[in-house]
Write a protein that binds this ligand. Sequence first.
Ligand code: HPA
Length: 264
Amino acid sequence: ITYLHSSTDSFRPETGIILGTGLAGLVADIDVQYEIAYEDIPHFVHSTVESHKGKLIFGTLAGKPVVCMQGRFHYYEGYSMKEITYPVRVMQALGIRNLLISNAAGGLNPAFSESDLMLITDHISLFLPDNPLFGKNISGDRFPDMSDPYCPKMLASARRIVQEKGISHVQEGVYAPVPGPQLETRAEYRLLRQLGADAVGMSTVPEVIVAVQLKIPVLAVSVITDMCIPETLKKAELQHILANAAVAEPRMTLLFRELIKPLD
Ligand code: HPA
């Protein structure tokens, strides 16, 4: 924190943003004031995925001060849950009062289509092999309440913006995190669907758990980059996933911009 304060002339972000696979384009809309590579930040791990750039960006979006992670850390990279969620703790120490998260996810709900956005209303996180809150409790409640992990007020704002701006192809649903890095089998997709999940992905929930414990209101949005219906499943291709993320990106960017405007 001392390092970041001294590298940013004590810039005070109000909103934290974590950008997922293929969704880094929002950065083009940020009036960037400081850019710091993860490898220069003490205790930060490095993002090892090629489709994720590793930088912490400080600047203004829609006139509001934000700190944005361009590239996130994933459990499948071999880091612990504590390491991948450390940036949330750093952003809290920097003073953020809201957190916006995006990710790429597979669609399990047959009513969805590729490149839809899905406002995450809830999650099922029973199967992750590790947890950022395991061990000695350092930051808040021992048993954080999870009755509303995704801030109902922010969800209401998002719904209003979707209406007012006419943002198309926006769904809502339950996100199931998996450790990855392999994609799921048909039988696994079938199981996840039966459990009540609408989308599946390899991120987001560890960060949400820490944010909830720290009492930071969170909104998270998935881009459905590939449909995961067992009967019609196609071979997964990263190119296809990235292309579908790119199609959805302007809608995601518009939603995040509009959300940030009145947030305080
Ligand atoms: N499974 C897990 N993560 C994903 C998928 C998927 O099908 N698509 C994009 N991210």
